[in-house]
Design a protein around this ligand. Structure first.
Ligand code: TPP
Ligand code: MG
Length: 587
């Protein structure tokens, strides 16, 4: 049997260390599927129910391993389905290779069935985007595509016509008038050295040593630099604020951290930002500039791997282009240990109060269940090396505030695209990548329903994932956004409440529904104990607002305006809002 182009392509993926490809077949990729079948001992094909999920899985795989994620879809509709998941990879800067099928070469441009110009469609999402037109372009274009994904930390896309997929790998039927031949390339990629310039280290150290009230803001680019972040923060007596994708940089119970930033952050983070005279940003491109210091308020040192993002969010005194771990390690010996720790101690007192406030919310035992309490129950029962994923929605706020990073725990969500629905596919990908670990998806009823078929994927592969659904029968986050704007809610309720436990059981997993607070702990514990995939669908209080760390007058005014304009259920909402939050509104 001769080697097909598809087989050669799959062999090259194997040469690059790819062990998993997420996808769904179609007539545009039958040749590629045969290539994967022939190499099934060396690379695993994970069959999904929706290509968007395959792209999220590739993204989740890349996020949780730091390695390339790979997804595969057929021409036309399959490729189009990939796009949202690929944008998630692009916006959160992780390497993903998307491989798609294309109509056979002789039909291109004729308006053949399913003919979609994928090289045009993928222009915006992909760093590298090519059609393989001649078999002998493999493996060269595979090497170039993967190097682009790894070097630019983004998406590479290769599309392959069906006739090329099944052609002999060494076929090149055309005369070659150009004075060139396709060169043999190698499956190698070297990370840039990541060392900062010595002049930048000196400048940065000068600014940081002068600062009297230094704050660190750390993001996903510092996830591999926990020890260095803690050491620098300790030397500078600096509170550490974490972006949500950077939640696992420092454990939540560490005395140096004041938790998250932004709408779902903490009050002491806001205070620290407002009070600082120096800001050290590490591995973050945090977009919500409203929560950063005003220009001119403070000196800014930024450690950023990509020159494009240096100075991106506010005027920056010393931008350092470097890997976070290298740069912090280089800075550390140049920093003078700050004897005056008053700024940090003030932040720590604020954090102690914040923790009490959060504990009070988590401690309310009533029906329907408080989402904060649900999150804390998961937190208490989860393993110290659990990997939690979450979706966009109120769930992101509960995860940010009531799930603690401790030990080797990790946390992933769609940070910049902030899309719904990646939680479940991320968790499946994490479980493939980390077989022994507890992988939990904490998702909303809206996000889960979008890609719920993937629970069947977990069951088919006997992946022992855990899914906990914060079921408020609504697009909760959007309801609160409408109210804050002063608009009565509209188009956000999915009544009657969907029941997801029977779905889990019908897939062959364990499914439980919880409506009563006193059943909650046992159900979550049982799901975590269960050796296979398990889902707990929890009815939560839909009237529990994800309040900002500090309520602004405009936000409170929005609620009142929406109530006056006829917000339904305003009595219940007001009772939750004002009973639990009255002290916050007064402040
Ligand atoms: C694909 C997509 N569509 C719409 C949105 C806007 N959006 C953000 S959060 C949200 C509500 C999510 O509902 P659910 O998953 O039930 O979580 P909840 O807020 O109710 O906890 C919506 C519609 C989005 N971010 N992504
Ligand atoms: Mg919901």
């Amino acid at each position: 049997m001769s080697t097909s182009t598809s087989e050669a392509l799959v062999q090259r993926l194997i040469d690059w260390g790819v062990d998993t490809v997420f996808g769904l077949p179609g007539d545009g990729i039958n040749g590629l599927m045969e290539g994967l079948r022939r190499k099934a001992d060396e690379v695993r094909f994970v069959l999904v129910h929706h290509e968007e999920a395959a792209a999220f899985m590739a993204t989740g795989y890349a996020k949780s391993t730091g390695r390339l994620g790979v997804c595969l879809a057929t021409s036309g509709p399959g490729a189009i389905h990939l796009l949202n998941g690929l944008y998630d990879a692009k916006l959160d800067h992780v390497p993903v290779l998307a491989i798609t099928g294309m109509q056979e070469s002789q039909m291109l441009g004729t308006g053949y069935q399913q003919e979609v110009a994928l090289e045009k469609l993928f222009i915006d999402v992909a760093e590298y985007n090519e059609m393989i037109r001649v078999p002998t372009q493999v493996p060269t274009l595979v090497d170039i595509a993967i190097r682009h994904a790894l070097a630019r930390k983004g998406v590479a896309h290769l599309t392959i016509p069906t006739d090329i997929q099944i052609a002999d790998a060494d076929a090149n039927p055309w005369d070659a008038p150009a004075p060139a031949v396709i060169k043999a390339t190698a499956p190698i990629f070297l990370e840039p050295p990541g060392e900062p310039r010595s002049s930048d280290i000196a400048d940065a150290a000068g600014i940081l040593n002068q600062g009297e009230r230094v704050v660190m803001l750390v993001g996903a680019g510092a996830l591999h630099a926990r020890d260095e972040v803690v050491a620098v923060a300790d030397a500078l007596a600096s509170p550490v604020i974490k972006t949500l994708p950077g939640k696992a940089v420092v454990p939540d119970d560490h005395p140096l951290t004041v938790g998250g930033i932004g709408l779902l952050g903490t009050a002491p983070s806001i205070d620290a930002m407002e009070g600082c005279d120096t800001l050290l940003m590490v591995g973050t491109n945090f977009p919500y500039t409203k929560y950063l210091p005003d220009p001119g308020q403070c000196q800014v040192v930024q450690i950023e791997a990509d020159p494009v993002r240096a100075g991106n969010r506010l005027p920056t005194t010393v931008p350092m282009i470097a890997d976070a771990k290298c740069a912090l390690a280089a800075l550390l010996p140049k920093l003078e240990r700050r004897p005056n720790r008053a700024f940090l101690e003030h932040a720590q007192q604020g954090m102690a109060k914040w923790r009490e406030r959060m504990m009070a919310l988590e401690g309310i035992e009533k029906d329907p269940i408080q989402p904060q309490r649900l999150m804390r129950v998961i937190d208490r029962l989860a393993a110290d090396d659990a990997i939690l994923t979450s979706d966009s929605g109120t769930i992101a706020t509960w995860a940010a505030r009531h799930f603690e990073i401790r030990g080797k725990r990790e946390f992933y969500l769609s940070g910049n695209l902030a899309t719904m629905a990646p939680g479940l596919p991320y968790t499946i990908a994490c479980q493939w990548a980390h077989p022994g670990r507890q992988c939990i998806a904490f998702v909303g009823d809206g996000g889960f329903a979008m890609l719920m078929a993937e629970f069947a994927t977990a069951c088919r592969y006997e992946l022992p994932i855990k899914v906990v659904i914060n079921n408020n029968a609504s697009l909760g986050q959007i309801m609160w956004e409408q109210l804050v704007l002063g608009y009565p809610e509209f188009g956000i309720r999915f009544g009657p409440r969907l029941d997801f436990a029977p779905w889990a059981e019908s897939c062959g997993g364990r499914g439980m529904r919880v409506d009563k607070d006193d059943e909650l702990e046992d159900a979550v514990a049982e799901a975590f104990r269960h050796p296979g995939p398990a889902l707990v669908d929890v009815t939560v209080n839909p009237d529990e607002p994800p309040m900002p760390g500090k309520v602004e007058y405009e936000q409170a005014k929005g609620f009142v305006k929406a109530f006056l304009a006829g917000q339904p259920r305003r009595a219940t909402i007001a009772s939750t809002l004002f009973r639990d939050k009255i002290s916050e509104l007064r402040s």
